[in-house]
Design a protein around this ligand. Structure first.
Ligand code: PEP
Ligand code: MN
Length: 361
C-alpha cells in the first residue's frame, strides 16, 4: 500500500515537470529489449517516463501488431528497476483493464483511436472511477473537433489529469514528414486548452531520424510542455517504426542540443523591449485592418458595377493576374509564395462575400 502511495506521489511530480520527457520503444518486443531500453534511458538522467506500445493498431495488416498482455509484466519490472513511471497505448476496454492490472501509470489514446467516438467512449466507460492520467493524441485527420470530443469523453468519465499529444496529421502524398505537423492546429488546440499538459511527438511527425531535432526544437519554440520520442536499443532492427527511433544515448544528445525556452519573460528589461515590439505589431495590425476594410469598400463598388452590368463576380483571369502580381512582389519583400497565396485567398473570399451581399441587396 505504501509503495502504491509513493508511486502516485512520483507520478504527480512527473506530471508537473517541465519539460516533461517521455521515451521508450515504439513497441515492447522482448523482456531484454524493454529492460535494457529502460535502464539506458534512466542512465541518461534526462527521461521522466517510459513509453512502450503493447497493442499496436497498424494501418495495414501484416506488420507487427504488438506483443500483447504478455509484455505488461516487463514494463512493471522496468519500472521497479528504474523508478520510471510507465505509459501504454490503449484502444479497448479490455486493454485498459489489463494495463491497470499491471500498474501502468499513464494511458494514452492513439491517433487511430481518437478518430472513432465509439472506441473513445468505450475507453472512457472503462475509466469511470479510475484515477489514472490519460494522454490523448490528435486524430490522424486534421479535425480539432474530434480531438476535443475525445478530451470531453474522457473528462466526463471523471479523469481529471488529461494531456494532449500532437503527433501530426496524415495527408495524401506527404513528402517531408510522415505526418504533417500543421502547427496552426496545435496552436489552436493549445489556445482552447491553455492549462492542459501539451506534448509534442516528433517521432510520428517525422517518421525519420534526421529531422527529429528540428521538429522538437520547433515544438519547444512554440511552448510545448514536453516531448515524447521513441527510442530503441537497436533502432534499425526495431519491429515497428524502425526509421524514426533513436538509441537512448542519441536521445540524450538531442535533448542537450535543444534550446529550452519558456513562455514567461525573465527580466523587466527584456519585458520592456518586447512590449515595445508588441506595440509596433499592434499598430501595424490596426493599419492592415483599416486597409483591408477600405479594400472591401472598393470591392463593394466593383460589385455594384458588375451587378448593374450583368457581369459575374468571379473573373478567373483577373484573379490569376492578382495572384501572379502579388507573388512576384511578395517574393521581393521577403514574403513566401505560400503565405501570399493563402492571404490573398482569404482576402478574395471575403471580397466575394461582400460582392455577394451587394448582389442580393
Ligand atoms: C505510437 O505512439 O507508437 C503510435 C502508434 O502513435 P500514433 O497513434 O501517433 O500513430
Ligand atoms: Mn510508433
Amino acid at each position: 500500500m505504501q509503495q502504491l502511495k509513493d508511486q502516485k506521489a512520483v507520478l504527480q511530480e512527473v506530471w508537473k515537470k517541465r519539460p516533461l520527457i517521455i521515451s521508450g520503444p515504439c513497441s515492447a518486443e522482448t523482456e531484454e529489449q524493454v529492460l535494457e531500453t529502460a535502464t539506458r534511458l534512466a542512465n541518461t538522467g534526462k527521461v521522466d517516463m517510459l513509453r512502450a506500445g503493447i497493442w499496436k493498431p497498424r494501418t495495414r495488416p501484416g506488420s507487427f501488431e504488438g506483443i500483447g498482455t504478455k509484455g505488461l509484466p516487463w514494463l512493471l519490472q522496468a519500472k521497479k528497476i528504474t523508478g520510471l513511471p510507465t505509459a501504454v497505448e490503449v484502444a479497448t476496454a479490455k486493454q485498459v483493464e489489463d494495463a491497470l492490472h499491471f500498474d501502468v501509470d499513464v494511458l494514452w489514446i492513439g491517433a487511430r483511436t481518437t478518430v472513432n467516438p465509439f472506441s473513445v467512449q468505450e475507453i472512457a466507460d472503462a475509466l469511470k472511477g479510475v484515477d489514472v492520467p490519460v494522454l490523448i493524441k490528435n486524430p490522424i485527420n486534421p479535425d480539432l473537433e474530434l480531438w476535443t470530443g475525445a478530451v470531453e469523453r474522457v473528462a466526463k468519465a471523471g479523469i481529471n489529469q488529461i494531456g494532449l499529444i500532437h503527433r501530426g496529421f496524415s495527408s495524401y502524398g506527404n513528402t517531408e514528414y510522415r505526418n504533417a505537423p500543421m502547427w496552426h492546429l496545435a496552436i489552436e488546440m493549445k489556445r482552447r486548452n491553455p492549462d492542459m499538459l501539451f506534448i509534442n511527438d516528433p517521432s510520428h511527425i517525422c517518421g525519420r531520424r534526421d529531422i527529429l531535432l528540428d521538429v522538437a526544437q520547433e515544438a519547444i519554440n512554440l511552448d510545448f510542455d514536453g516531448l515524447i520520442i521513441e527510442s530503441h536499443i537497436d533502432p534499425d532492427k526495431a519491429w515497428s517504426d524502425a526509421k524514426q527511433q533513436v538509441t537512448p544515448e542519441r536521445l540524450a544528445e538531442m535533448l542537450d542540443q535543444i534550446i529550452w525556452r519558456r513562455e514567461d519573460i525573465p527580466s523587466e528589461e527584456l519585458h520592456a523591449a518586447l512590449e515595445k515590439f508588441r506595440q509596433q505589431i499592434n499598430q501595424l495590425d490596426d493599419e492592415l485592418m483599416l486597409l483591408l476594410s477600405q479594400r472591401m469598400k472598393v470591392a463593394e463598388k466593383i460589385g455594384q458595377y458588375k451587378k448593374d452590368n450583368n457581369i459575374t463576380i468571379l473573373q478567373t483571369k483577373r484573379w490569376n493576374e492578382i495572384l501572379e502580381r502579388a507573388c512576384k512582389k511578395g517574393d521581393k519583400m521577403g514574403l513566401s509564395k505560400e503565405f501570399v497565396t493563402k492571404y490573398l485567398d482569404a482576402v478574395h473570399m471575403e471580397s466575394i462575400n461582400h460582392q455577394n451581399k451587394v448582389f442580393h441587396g
